[in-house]
Design a protein around this ligand. Structure first.
Ligand code: MLT
Length: 200
């Protein structure tokens, strides 16, 4: 997968940065640097193109995901993490995802499908990636969800459902709300940093 890797301190987690629809691997570099300036950074570009806009998996229309493709792309991303960890020498069991919108959805899908894919995740404006799954044991996982209570793309029930599903699987979940729609705000980014500092 097309990506950027920046080596940080070996003692810090690796931040897996996952952009929103139409973004690239450059979009979240400054957010990653704000959250943990000493972390390794692995920022990946989604391989699916929707009219030229990179995404991490196909959708049938806004808010309706192509579940077969979601599963396939989630598997590919998990395998890419295995390969990247041997190539760059970071600890595979110390990866924290930071995703926005479509990127947050594939990060949530990693949590839903694979027990050891991530150590934790910052999910900015996620939805429930897939319903009706038995989630793996998530008792070692910490998740921050940030959401807009007036987000037209991710309705608030998506946030509260995702929170309950992850908590039901044992994860520690915190939710941060704002009223700026689907925007990833500065306040939200600083809250993510604060959460990360107290968690890791
Ligand atoms: C998606 O994955 O489709 C998101 O929730 C919305 C978007 O990325 O535009």
């Amino acid at each position: 997968m097309k990506h950027i890797f920046k080596e940080g301190s070996s003692k810090r987690p690796t931040l897996l940065l996952l952009h929103g629809t139409g973004g690239t691997e450059n979009d979240l570099l400054s957010l990653g640097g704000l959250i943990d300036p000493e972390a390794n950074i692995l920022s990946v570009r989604g391989e699916v193109s929707e009219n030229g806009m990179p995404r991490f998996f196909k959708r049938l229309r806004e808010g309706v995901f192509d579940i077969e493709d979601l599963k396939l792309q989630t598997k590919k991303l998990n395998e890419f993490l295995d390969q990247a960890s041997s190539e760059y020498g970071f600890e595979r069991d110390n990866v924290v995802a930071v995703g926005y919108s479509n990127g947050a959805n594939i990060a949530a899908s990693l949590l839903f499908h694979y027990e050891n894919a991530l150590k934790g995740a910052v999910l900015h404006h996620p939805m429930v990636p897939i319903r009706g799954l038995d989630l793996p044991d998530s008792s070692a996982i910490n998740v921050l969800i940030t959401a807009g209570d007036n987000d037209p793309i991710c309705p608030p029930e998506e946030t509260t459902d995702l929170e309950s599903l992850l908590k039901g699987a044992g994860a520690e979940v915190e939710v941060f709300w704002h009223s700026q729609g689907h925007q990833l705000t500065q306040e939200e980014a600083y809250h993510a940093k604060e959460w990360y500092n107290k968690t890791y």
